[in-house]
Ligand binder design. Structure first.
Ligand SMILES: C[S@@+](CC[C@H](N)C(=O)[O-])C[C@H]1O[C@@H](n2cnc3c(N)ncnc32)[C@H](O)[C@@H]1O
Length: 148
């Protein structure tokens, strides 16, 4: 990952994170914190293996579902139907779904964003795009909220 980041340095905004070396330290420390907690978290049921577009949780079990760097990012690999099904399922288990960012791996706004918003608005959900302070992937500073 570091080799790719260094090669494509100009695709990122080095403001929040100043350089690839700092990125490495932040990511490694997050990974360490996760690994130290993983076994205990699994035993306590805080980490669960799930795979969209289907989740084992109960209807409205959560207030909110966050999806980060998965939907929209892989627009080239996952079709529009998958995006709609995955979001429907997340809305089944929570009142609100937030998706970040709205850009694809190549940095342009996903072509699914408009049709996803239209689709969920038609079903009575409120949809809102918020600009975020955090921007690491260039133009990746927008979040979509879909609320019942
Ligand atoms: C680029 S990573 C993002 C990880 C993390 N959310 C983040 O923002 O750092 C994409 C993640 O999507 C997960 N993923 C892949 N297919 C999935 C699916 N069908 N349902 C849910 N998650 C999936 C992968 O396991 C991987 O952790």
């Amino acid at each position: 990952m570091m080799a790719e980041v260094r090669k494509n340095r100009d695709d990122f905004v080095w403001r929040y994170i100043s350089n690839p070396e700092e990125l490495y330290i932040i990511r490694m420390s997050a990974m360490q914190r996760f690994l130290v907690d993983f076994q205990k978290g699994k035993e306590e049921g805080r980490y669960r293996y799930e795979m969209l577009p289907s989740l084992s949780f109960k209807d409205k079990e959560f207030d909110i579902v966050l999806s980060s760097h998965f939907l929209f990012l892989y627009t080239k690999h996952l079709d529009e139907e998958f995006h709609k099904d995955a979001i429907c399922e997340m809305l089944r288990v929570a009142n609100e779904v937030r998706i970040f960012p709205l850009v694809t791996l190549s940095g342009e706004r996903s072509s699914y964003v408009d049709s996803v918003i239209k689709y969920f608005k038609r079903q009575g959900y409120a949809c809102k795009i918020t600009k975020t302070d955090y921007e690491f992937q260039k133009a990746g500073d927008e979040m979509l909220s879909i609320m019942s």
